[in-house]
Design a protein around this ligand. Sequence first.
Ligand SMILES: NC(=O)c1ccc[n+]([C@@H]2O[C@H](COP(=O)([O-])OP(=O)(O)OC[C@H]3O[C@@H](n4cnc5c(N)ncnc54)[C@H](O)[C@@H]3O)[C@@H](O)[C@H]2O)c1
Ligand SMILES: [Fe+2]
Length: 407
Amino acid sequence: MFGALRLPNTILFGSGQRHVIGSATARFGTRTLVCTDARMAQLDVFAAVIKDLEAHGVEARVFDQTIADLPIDSIKECVAGVGDFKPDSIIGIGGGSCIDMAKVVSVLLTHGGEPSAYYGEFAVPGPVLPLIAVPTTSGTGSEVTPVAVILDSARGTKIGIASPYIIPHMAVCDPELTMTCPVGLTACSGADALAHAVEAFTSKTRPADAMLTEQHVFIGKNLLSDHFARLAVSNVFRYLARACKDGSDVEAREGMMLASLAAGCAFGTAGTAAAHALQYPVGNLTHTSHGDGVGALLPFVMQFNRSASPEAFAELAGVVGLGDASMSVDERSQLFIDEVATLFAAIGIPRSLQALGLASGHENDVAAGALKAERLVKNNPRPLDLAAMLHITQAAYAGERAALLNL
Ligand SMILES: NC(=O)c1ccc[n+]([C@@H]2O[C@H](COP(=O)([O-])OP(=O)(O)OC[C@H]3O[C@@H](n4cnc5c(N)ncnc54)[C@H](O)[C@@H]3O)[C@@H](O)[C@H]2O)c1
Ligand SMILES: [Fe+2]
């Protein structure tokens, strides 16, 4: 048996937990940098957080120009604006883009240089300024993960900085902050959370070598990340459709925030795989949201991967109450994949790359681009080469999972 987890020192989950931010931040010192975006900065709930910081003797410098998907120029703008403020901690409050902004800025303020110096795995040389992550979407799980995703406009692609040093010190997950998410955002961020949980649970299993966590940031399937993945999958199936149908359903919002948090705990150690690798070029070419892209791709990736880990997919069928003992592993695994496709269709995730807006003739570019995301490709349960990526891309473009059945 083998398990591993890398997580924040403190994870808080529950309605109203944001009211601890002032008191908790004061433990790191008297100055904090708050990374958020223009939408969040206008809300009363944000003003209350700043007031709470001040009440605890913490001076807050606010950067509120984070742009979704985190283009590199906005990171440079944030760092330039800090000047000689010298924060003792950094708070990222908002969607995944704001939390990732806080992570990257924490690296740059501590170690200097350009973001590109830290691309890939283990390139951050040491500890960074303490991070407090406060998500307002139920999707990325970035509040607990060792990765930040940047849009490097010069390279024309998204790229990751992956290092255990950028795991936030504290994650404050308050579902009340997600009540304002419109249905489209609820759906795509929920699809992202399910993709994290499923890709972590079905990721490659490596031999339990004692050096595994030293050699990989994302180590593949293991007993402890599996535990969180099951919780995430179960909660997504219980609550995502409800949260999409009625955004004021508090229990559904809570259930989805627990799902995305648990999915982050799972993939932050195990890692994600082909759906996330393919999303990089797909996102670049279609300019669609991360969640819509991974959601559109996930059923096709699962179909391709099923033969490599049928037991894992069959187990997830059990987690969501599908099938029974009389059914074969093959039948139950297929049942789960079909159910994911049904759920995504019901909440409006595009059913194909064509529906997502990918122009025809780009299948080769997508397949070749996805292979460049090595840290994700190496984590896929079934080996991936150009031909394999192309099979998945062509099937996903056409919206035809049947084409992958007997591959
Ligand atoms: N670091 C990680 O572990 C990780 C994992 C997955 C994805 N990501 C990255 O996270 C980013 C996506 O993050 P996201 O999906 O959370 O969205 P986001 O942060 O990109 O925000 C998208 C939009 O939603 C709005 N928004 C956020 N919260 C809202 C709320 N409560 N009510 C209304 N509007 C709200 C934002 O203002 C913004 O306009 C991508 O860049 C993706 O690559 C990071
Ligand atoms: Fe994701």
